[in-house]
Design a protein around this ligand. Structure first.
Ligand SMILES: Cc1ncc(COP(=O)(O)O)c(C=O)c1O
Length: 411
């Protein structure tokens, strides 16, 4: 075994270009949302093929505003996979709507679209309905592209058309990801939905430290998003200082203090410019891990044969954005997930779990969910862990983590 190393879960890849952009903002004297924010909106939307990007101060705010402008009304239901981060369902509750938790595919951990189709055909199939709760009218579907693997958005769009649903995408993990659709067409984030929410949180593929963005092709919606992200005002401070602009500003509706500061936005400008290269390094790190972790008994990898088949074949894996590298300990693994995490930590390797399914949290138990409601999600969670993963992961770090995994899991 190699000498002990410390491998962090994440290390930001920020260099001179990022420092220069931040200094430019400081030197400009304009610290709140302004030029850098607008540049980031233009650059990210252009890279991702969307007409509009509206930057906000985190991905949760992006989800909130995407839902607020979706047409979903308070009291209506939104389908949310139980395997997701707190923010996805939380944002549904922010607008007064009701997250209706759903089962996930046992391999990809993305929303199980067969389950969603059955539920839409007959909501009495839902565990809450079986226990006597009356489900609200289902008005929207909120797919999450887990770890960077896109949900089959063509199927989501077909379900939405059949059942008159709004579609909002949780694209926190999917900067640049795509999926091949009918005829080999590349489907990116926001192509087949009204709006997609990005996160620029510290560990994401492109980061502003904290930040997010709503992507949409709808000009009217983008205009309303701009108003909502800043107190419902018809003009931002930056626009009030434009040449010839008036000081006057009107409050149009209830808004929020969700604008992204220029210092944060500036950090992401060089990352968007080299997003292809950053993505390629993530692909290479994922391939290196998979090569070195192959063959450990009971260990499932996010790009092994089973996962690739579940994704729809190698062509679909090509569009994976590799935000996370989650592995799964199955029944044949020598130790359980928690022991594996502990033993990795003892060897200096930081790993995490993404995530405990929502329905197993006290907040959702209080809303009527029970263990056993979504068996595929629960079974996956029992063995799920994310290894250190970021674009700048060094070959020696990958080798060390893989050697530790072998040591911990060797029969
Ligand atoms: C799937 C998912 N959705 C939403 C969010 C929320 O993003 P943020 O932390 O930027 O608010 C996260 C954050 O990690 C996430 O992983």
């Amino acid at each position: 075994m190699a000498a002990k190393m410390e491998v962090p879960f994440f290390r930001a890849e920020l260099g001179q270009a990022e420092k220069d952009e931040v200094l430019k903002v400081i030197d400009s004297g304009w610290l709140t949302s302004g030029r850098a924010c607008q540049e980031l909106e233009r650059a990210a939307a252009a890279y991702l093929g969307r007409a509009h990007g509206v930057a906000v101060n985190n991905g949760t705010a992006a989800l909130h505003l995407a839902l607020l402008t979706s047409g979903v009304q308070p009291g209506q239901g939104v389908l949310v996979p139980t395997h997701t981060f707190a923010a996805t369902a939380e944002a549904v509750i922010y607008i007064g709507a009701v997250p209706i938790l759903c089962e996930v595919d046992p391999v990809t951990l993305n929303l199980d679209l067969d389950y969603a189709a059955r539920l839409l055909a007959d909501p009495s199939n839902h565990p809450l309905a079986r226990r006597g709760q009356k489900l609200p009218l289902i008005a929207a579907i909120l797919p999450v592209h887990y770890a960077g693997l896109m949900v089959d958005m063509e199927r989501v769009a077909a379900l939405a058309a059949e059942h008159n649903l709004q579609v909002v995408e949780d694209a926190a993990h999917t900067f640049g990801a795509y999926r091949l659709g009918a005829g080999g067409r590349r489907i990116g984030v926001g192509d087949l939905s009204g709006a997609a929410a990005l996160s620029f949180y510290a560990t994401k593929n492109v980061t502003t430290g904290e930040g997010g963005m709503v992507l949409t092709d709808d000009a009217k919606r983008a205009e309303r998003l701009l108003v909502l992200r800043l107190h419902g005002l018809d003009k931002s401070a930056y626009r009030r200082f434009e040449r010839g602009a008036s000081w006057r500003v009107d409050i149009l509706e209830l808004g929020y203090k969700y604008n992204l500061a220029d210092i944060n936005a500036a950090l992401a400008l060089p990352q968007v410019a080299r997003a292809d290269a950053l993505w390629q390094r993530r692909r290479e790190a994922a391939a290196a891990y998979s090569g070195q972790l192959a063959g450990i008994p009971g260990l499932g990898l996010p790009n092994d044969a089973l996962a690739t088949a579940a994704a729809g074949g190698p062509g679909q894996m090509a569009g994976h954005s590799w935000c996370l590298y989650p592995v799964r300990l199955g029944p044949l693994a020598k130790v359980g997930r928690d022991q594996c995490l502990t033993e990795l930590a003892q060897r200096g390797v930081a790993s995490l779990v993404h995530w405990q399914p929502l329905h197993l949290h006290p907040f959702y138990a209080a809303r009527g969910y029970r263990p056993g409601d979504f068996p595929a999600a629960e079974q996956a969670f029992a063995g799920l862990m994310s290894l250190p993963f970021f674009a700048g992961l060094r070959p020696a770090e990958i080798e060390y983590v893989a050697a530790c995994m072998r040591e911990v899991l060797a029969p």
